[in-house]
Design a protein around this ligand. Sequence first.
Ligand code: PHB
Length: 385
Amino acid sequence: MTIATKLMSAAIALAAIGGTAMAQDTPIRIGVMLPYSGTFALLGQNITEAMELAMAERNNGGCNVEYIQLDSEADPSRGPENARRLIDRDLVDILVGPVHSGVAMGMVQVVRETGTPLIIPNAGVRQATAELCAPNIFRTSFSNWQPAYPSGTVAYDRGARTAVTLSWDYGAGHQATEAFAESFEAAGGEVVEQLFIPFPDTNFQPLLTQIAGIQPDAVFVFFAGGGAVQFVNDYDDAGLKDTIPLYGSGFLTEGVLDAQGDAAEGLLTTLHYADGLDNPVDAHFREAFEAATGRESDVYAMQGYDTGQLIAQALEAVSCNVGDLDALSEAMASATIESPRGTFNMSSSHNPVQDIYLREARDGQNVVIEIAAPALEDPAPGCSM
Ligand code: PHB
């Protein structure tokens, strides 16, 4: 039995005890388009399993549901084709995905035409909830601007006046490093060089040599998953960690601290999640996720969990009638999510309004230090719907 099947059986048993009948016979089809291979594979797995956990805990909103999974391979060139396959061939009612901003652009383009409800459980591409916003597009994660923007102020407040930014050369990297530069320069600092490396390359040595030559006061990076493990280790091995403080959006140290070991110790990052948040929802979620999967939770699992919560709430609100797209959209837009990150609502552009935490990597944990930016809302330039 898979974890999802076990959880479903438990949920069905609970529903039977409560005398709740499933409201419809034909299953609601949820298409899940996430990376199950490559540098983001574990991210996709955590999102999927936590989403199914949250749904099962809520008896799937009282509905009969079925998941159809597709490996996005974090490959932007296949985004539109894969989304169309789920919608046209597999006839999904709701689409969930992806992790990668480039893949998200393709999915957004397709669902803007088909009207299929799309819930983005990770990809931060700003356009999805800005100029390309739509009544059927929601995000339970963050915009690339959100977790990176507060880092510029953090670095400046700790004495940095010059900085170099470095990231993978695609949408998420550009948007995250621009957001850092925006607040760093507004505070009076200067980004003296912006460096990029193709996604998902990890040949960081030439770039580290360049940074050592420039000697900025700080470095800000966007990397995640397997690439983040490699970068943090290489930065330390190059002898830069003790001389040039490294900052990042918190993906740099999420779910990878064990693999980074001492190389990550003391790193300051900003993110909409942290270890040591003292709230009962988080305590329950962490325990339930670990019991179901045998793995520790992280930001990706948390976002998956909230995706499940959002879907379950919306299904319940429409009594499983996913054909009523207006009602479904309205239920999602007005949802209050009791999230492990802290309770949040959707902005008018359908992106979470949320606290961004400053965290320090200490002994395998991203320990919360303070709220770097309370109730931060992406300004969502160009959104009208
Ligand atoms: C993205 O491509 O938007 C992305 C990927 C991985 C992350 C965060 C953002 O951890």
